[in-house]
Ligand binder design. Structure first.
Ligand SMILES: *Cc1c(COP(=O)(O)O)cnc(C)c1O
Length: 506
């Protein structure tokens, strides 16, 4: 498939405003759209219709170029402070191998969470030294794969140490190890995690590692943590507690090279913070019955109303937040390390490499999900249901909803005479529903408006879904095929090519 040349920018921006006006939440949440997405949607909507015909609905469209930009931004922040730094792309956030290649091209590392992820990453030519394995469950075969290829193992528990002992005895190769720590104290309480060794017990782990090290079975190379949530302050606390510990471990003879602060770098999906706060105020009014519902059957997205009060906390990602990514990272490096120097200087003075493992934030602007409308239907209460050829596992994470307005692309084949004659574009507001046979199968819980109507054959496009939304929960329930993933590359002879994860049968 090839696509036409770029017309004038102004024409493109008019077309874009027109497109955005075709679908908005009853309380709008306008997305940040990457330039390449605007480009495809305004200039090549036909190519998206053709992709759906070829591969079925939905199709994930990805572009790896923003990943390189996102990681380079972090490198710039570190370079300005002369910090030795390497980001590791957490590939569990998206299964496409294109992103692994893109990270490898700029010499970033890769964080893998399972044996297939580790094997694929090695198969793509990423050197084992540039891979860290943080899998929650590590079978002996995964540990063997890591040891054979010098992949760093982020050790979580004593049983893993025992397996490492057994595997390295057989192979006579030392394992590269990072200790995963948790239980840091922050604001006078302990940060809970089910992962890692409690920081107060680190001496026992270090003693065990000393035994392994003496026998040439293991090299303790780094300290690792990954915290839940996106708090920069919690990460500052954790780093302050890791630094003296690293000094002690080095004194005991462990050649610690790096501190790895995990992922959780925040991003924003929305263009406007005011819309985000208005949305939550509006939802509360609906829950209290002061206005009609703006979510399906007045879903609270984590909020509950008890009498005249609203309780609970939003069970969603903070779709608008500040600061994000690079600025957030800079705040951490600039923060006091606990002895009147910045964290950046404290790392430098120790000749300690800083690492992090961004997943979601690496994939900011890297993908969109396109689905076809298969029916529209009016419910007796007046709401319309818009049935999409997809299911809710194809645009969802663990949280309640994807709180971003999609774009609707009209079906070019629907002739204007047909539309006028049958008045099919009458569905003006309602809910996107999916293919799983449950009452709760909504693609988005928010009520959307379609001022120009929406009908069978139109496409609905969800922005910025590459980080987790495409693959983290995707399921083959009802025996539906998984969505195909295509890579957009305007300079290639085939502008849309299948990602290698789909191109070969695995
Ligand atoms: C999931 C995960 C990450 C990535 O987290 P993001 O929030 O996507 O940046 C990094 N490290 C570990 C250990 C993880 O489990």
């Amino acid at each position: 498939m090839s696509i036409a040349a770029t017309p004038h920018r102004a024409a493109q921006s008019d077309e874009w405003s027109r497109l955005q006006s075709h679908c908005q939440g009853v309380t709008p949440l306008d997305a940040r759209w990457a330039n390449w997405m605007v480009h495809v949607l305004t200039l090549h909507p036909d190519s998206l219709h053709r992709l759906i015909e070829e591969y079925g609905s939905p199709v994930n469209v990805i572009d790896p170029t923003p990943l390189q930009r996102n990681l380079e931004q972090l490198c710039d922040v570190a370079r300005e402070r002369e910090v030795d730094f390497r980001p590791f792309f957490a590939r569990k956030a998206n299964k496409c191998l294109t992103f692994v290649d893109a990270a490898n091209q700029i010499d970033a590392g890769v964080d893998v969470a399972s044996e297939p992820e580790c094997q694929h990453t090695l198969d793509r030519g990423v050197h084992g030294e540039n891979i860290i394995c943080t899998a929650a469950i590590k079978t002996s075969s995964l540990i063997e794969l890591c040891v054979r290829n010098q992949v760093t193992i982020a050790v979580d528990n004593d049983d893993e140490l025992d397996v490492i002992h057994a595997v390295t005895s057989d192979l006579a190769i030392p394992a590269h190890i990072a200790i995963r720590l948790s239980g840091f104290s922050h604001n006078e309480s302990k940060l809970h995690s089910r992962f890692g060794f409690d920081i107060d017990l680190v001496n026992e782990v270090a003693d065990k590692l000393s035994v392994l090290a003496v026998n040439g079975r293991a090299e303790l190379r780094g300290i690792h943590f990954h915290l839940d949530g996106y708090s920069a302050d919690q990460r500052k606390s954790a780093i302050r507690q890791c630094l003296p510990l690293i000094d002690r471990l080095r004194d005991q003879g462990h050649a610690i090279r790096f501190l790895d602060i995990g992922g959780g770098l925040p991003i924003s999906y929305l263009a406007d913070g005011k819309q985000w706060s208005s949305f939550w105020k509006s939802l509360q009014r609906s829950l209290l019955g002061h206005q009609p519902p703006i979510t399906y059957r007045n879903h609270g997205l984590g909020l509950r109303h008890d009498g005249s009060r609203i309780n609970g906390t939003p069970n969603t990602y903070p779709y608008f937040q500040q600061p994000v990514r690079a600025e957030w990272f800079a705040q951490i490096l600039n923060a006091d390390s606990g002895d009147n120097r910045s964290i950046a200087s404290a790392l430098n003075e120790r000749s300690l490499q800083l690492r992090c493992e961004p997943g979601r934030s690496s994939l900011d602007d890297c993908g969109m999900t396109v689905a076809r409308v298969e029916f529209t239907k009016k419910h007796p209460n007046g709401d319309w249901f818009v049935g999409l050829g997809m299911n809710r596992t194809q645009c969802r994470t663990g949280s309640d909803d994807f709180l971003v307005d999609p774009i609707v692309l009209a079906n070019p084949r629907a002739s204007s005479t047909e539309t006028a004659a049958t008045s099919t574009r009458v569905s003006r507001s309602g809910y996107l529903v999916g293919a799983y046979c449950t009452e709760s199968e909504l693609i988005q819980l928010r009520k959307l408006q379609f001022p120009q109507g929406i009908q069978r054959g139109d496409l609905v496009v969800f922005p910025n879904t590459a980080g987790y939304f495409m693959h983290f929960l995707e399921s083959r329930s009802h025996q539906f095929q998984l969505a195909k993933n295509v890579v957009f590359d305007e300079d290639a002879s085939e502008v849309f090519q299948l990602d290698p994860i789909d191109a070969t049968s695995r």
